[in-house]
Design a protein around this ligand. Structure first.
Ligand code: NAD
Length: 740
């Protein structure tokens, strides 16, 4: 018998080697077909008396990425379709479907034959849960190998036995820590935790796994043995009594109750460890079915799993343009941003010409790469050899002639039209005709900058965020004349440096900064109203934002906010700015020289380490303070999320962003918009346009015009539309469904 996704060989000792190697896929994933085949293989191994046991490994570099996103998408769709007809049956169907994977793994571990998982590469989610169901686990010593149960990051949790097996193999504290953060384990850490049995050289991995079987590995899991005891002590033990009250408090502190998936992990572990293993699996399956129906899970899976992968794979890339393989990329301006851009480009193995006005400035930009890789070496993540290679890829120079032959040039010179004009002209004088010229401007419209270009078709915006090496999002900005080909080149580049692109039409502030400004602007409003500063910061985090607006403003610099306000006033007139905001930033910058983190004085004070930053005590003296107990926390939370989401809706209305996936993913990656909502537009869809508009009206009456719903939303509210229906990113699929 042969299989599509597995190779099956039995050696002379009667040990089956099951090699997972899906055709036409770069990575193994769990699909319905894979589960069906694995089920048949488990039966075959169990029934064939000549087979002593089985080793499962992967034929690819990585072991597996876990569940296939299209399978998850189908399961959700099935549920939604059924729910419309018969809600009760829909839940039953969902319960049945969610139990399939866990059922298969339980069948494997109770099949009577020993199974060993030979983990040759990164092993995630469902694949790690399958490995945990095997009686033995061997991991390759390759430092790149990682294992994780990352489900919580997309709003769900390990629902195929993970919450029951991990805390029966290791102590409950480590188990909770691993699953509620979704963090990755190295082979050494997994072994120390008792989650794997052996670490073997990559070449001897399968041999080691087979040896375990030959040595008489028992085909019974510890929890199926009589007298099994939990490794870290029972729930009702001294250790349990110490752990659980703290665990729930820590979860609350970290999530503010916004992530039901994370809470379900605690519940599944706590309740599951009090009962026999099979009952524990049932408990997990019930919570899993429950969590899958939550708005949070639906929105997070869509944005952070499905859409994110689609955007990374080039969902917005014009399909008919040939992909570009970058040999040489130019970066003009070796300052704060240019230095970071040079680093991420070289990191992708691309040669970089890094230009600045003086050799000293160019060298300083290159030194940034040396600093970053030196830190990696100190952490054991890179070698001296890697450093030499990386630095060898960057040529720091003052000579524009070096740009000859570059496929792409990114300018990151001062934010000044005249300086940018000169840089464009000097670069274009040496560039080959097909090369693309990109600006990293954060405020100047691309169409205007492209006017000085001799080939505006090849002119585009590639807008990075700081710090460049850490931020995962890049905005690709289209000027009026930007060609499809230039867009394809820019997207190929963003893919090469392993960041996520969103495509944005030209406008003041593009997408991300427009939203971020709203966030900070609402904090200014609250300050002026006399909301205590600490409350502003805390409530923002309770709403799910990773950084409070005042802390964020310190990072981006208060004098930059002052500059932006001044420019807006000059360009758009006095109605475009709030005079109370101007007064606030002028007071901070001009009167108190508080510019933000960069000068150690902003909304916060930054004392020398190890002391922590704290809010500037005088801040609350600037405005008469309200009584915190009389302020409605829920309304403050709503104000933050609504003001940003409304701006995102305006951006859609104006056609600046055209695909809701980009608005959602962009908002989470760029400024951490409450990830449990699935992003700015999913937040509105989750509440429902009608209810959202109603709440916005109430906020507008009380707090001002920033809460005015755009026409688009009012129309959506009337029609009962969602963003994903109205701006459907899958028109072909929708058509097919309609036809069916
Ligand atoms: P910066 O002042 O740190 O660096 C600018 C560099 O450009 C300097 O090293 C300067 O010497 C060099 N330069 C000036 N004229 C030049 C020329 N003709 N040829 C070569 N080099 C020249 O500024 P930055 O913060 O890196 O910002 C650069 C650009 O990136 C700006 O357009 C800015 O709006 C944009 N940007 C900045 C951020 C941010 O957070 N700082 C974020 C996104 C985009």
């Amino acid at each position: 018998m042969s299989y599509t996704n597995f190779k099956f060989d039995v050696d002379a000792d009667g040990i089956a080697l099951v090699t997972w190697d899906m055709p036409d896929k770069s990575m193994n994933v769990f699909t319905e077909e894979v589960m069906k085949e694995l089920d048949a293989i488990v039966d075959r191994v169990a029934k064939d008396e000549a087979i002593k046991g089985a080793v499962i490994t992967s034929g690819k570099d990585t072991f597996s990425g876990g569940a296939d996103l299209t399978m998850l998408k189908r399961m959700f769709q099935l549920f939604q379709d059924e729910k419309a007809k018969d809600p009760k049956k829909a839940v039953e169907l969902l319960f049945e479907n969610t139990g399939k994977m866990g059922g298969l793994f339980r069948k494997l571990e109770t099949s009577g034959k020993p199974w060993v998982s030979a983990i040759n590469g990164t092993c995630m989610g469902g694949a790690f849960e399958m490995s945990l169901a095997c009686h033995g686990r061997v991991v390759s010593d390759d430092p790149s190998v990682k294992m994780a149960l990352p489900e919580v990051k997309v709003g769900i949790f390990p629902g195929a036995g993970g919450t029951q097996r991990v805390p029966r193999l290791t102590n409950q504290q480590d188990a909770l820590q691993m699953m509620t953060t979704g963090s990755s384990l190295t082979a050494a850490r997994a072994k120390a935790m008792g989650l794997v049995h052996e670490i073997a050289p990559a070449k001897k991995l399968v041999e080691t796994a087979k040896k375990m079987i030959k040595a008489g590995l028992k085909p019974v899991q510890p929890w199926d043995e009589k007298g099994f005891k939990l490794p870290g002590g029972a729930i009702y033990s001294a250790a349990g009594a110490n752990l659980w009250p703290a665990a729930t408090a820590i979860l609350r502190r970290e999530t503010y109750g916004n992530y039901p998936g994370a809470a379900a992990i605690l519940k599944s572990v706590y309740e599951g460890l009090l009962v026999p293993f099979d009952t524990g699996l049932k408990i997990e399956q019930r919570y899993f079915t429950n969590i899958l129906q939550s708005t949070e899970a639906g929105m997070m899976i869509r944005s952070l799993f499905v859409s994110l992968q689609e955007l990374n794979k080039g969902a917005r890339r014009p399909a008919d343009v040939k992909p570009t393989k970058f040999k040489k990329v130019g970066v003009i301006g070796a300052g704060f941003m240019g230095a970071g851009i040079a680093y991420v480009t070289a990191k992708a193995g691309i040669s970089v010409v890094l230009i600045d006005q003086t050799q000293e400035a160019a060298d300083k930009g290159k030194a940034h790469t040396a600093d970053l890789i030196t830190k990696d070496i100190q952490k054991g993540k890179a070698t001296a050899d890697d450093k030499e290679k990386l630095l060898g890829l960057i040529t720091a120079t003052t000579q524009y002639a070096e740009l000859d032959g570059a496929d792409l040039v990114i300018e990151a010179v001062f934010e000044d039209r005249e300086v940018k004009r000169k840089a464009t002209e000097q670069a274009e004088a040496v560039l080959k005709p097909a090369a693309v010229f990109a600006s990293n401007t954060s405020t100047l419209p691309i169409t205007g900058l492209a006017k000085v270009s001799v080939r505006p078709k090849n002119f585009i915006g590639i807008h990075f965020f700081s710090p460049v090496d850490k931020m995962l999002l890049v905005e690709v900005i289209l000027g009026k004349k930007t060609s499809e080909k230039a867009l394809a080149v820019a997207l190929d580049y963003v893919r090469a440096i392993k960041k996520t692109p969103i495509v944005v039409n030209d406008t003041r502030g593009f997408y991300v900064n427009r939203c971020v400004l709203r966030y900070m602007s609402e904090a200014y409003n609250m300050l002026v109203e006399g909301v205590p500063p600490a409350m502003i910061e805390n409530v923002a985090r309770m709403a799910g934002m990773p950084v409070g607006p005042l802390a964020l403003n310190d990072e981006t610099a208060i004098d930059l906010s002052q500059k932006i306000l001044k420019a807006t006033l000059a360009d758009l007139g006095p109605k475009a700015v709030d005079p109370r905001h101007v007064e606030l930033v002028n007071t901070l910058v001009d009167k108190y020289d508080r510019r933000g983190r960069k000068n150690g004085k902003g909304f916060y004070d930054y004392p020398a380490k190890p002391a922590k930053k704290h809010l500037w005590p005088e801040l609350k003296t600037l405005y008469p303070q309200q009584d915190a107990d009389k302020i409605d926390v829920e309304v403050l939370k709503q104000r933050f999320l609504f003001t940003i989401a409304l701006e995102a809706a305006r951006v859609m209305e104006e056609g600046i962003v055209t695909d809701p996936r980009e608005a959602d993913v962009g908002s989470i990656l760029a400024f951490g918009f409450a990830p449990y909502t699935g992003g700015t537009l999913s937040y509105i869809d989750g509440i429902g346009a009608a209810k959202f508009v109603e709440i916005a009206k109430g906020l507008q009456r009380k707090y001002g015009a920033q809460f005015k719903a755009p026409k688009l939303l009012v129309d959506m509210a009337e029609k009962g539309d969602t963003f994903y229906e109205r701006f459907n990113p899958y028109p072909v699929e929708a058509k097919k469904k309609k036809a069916a």
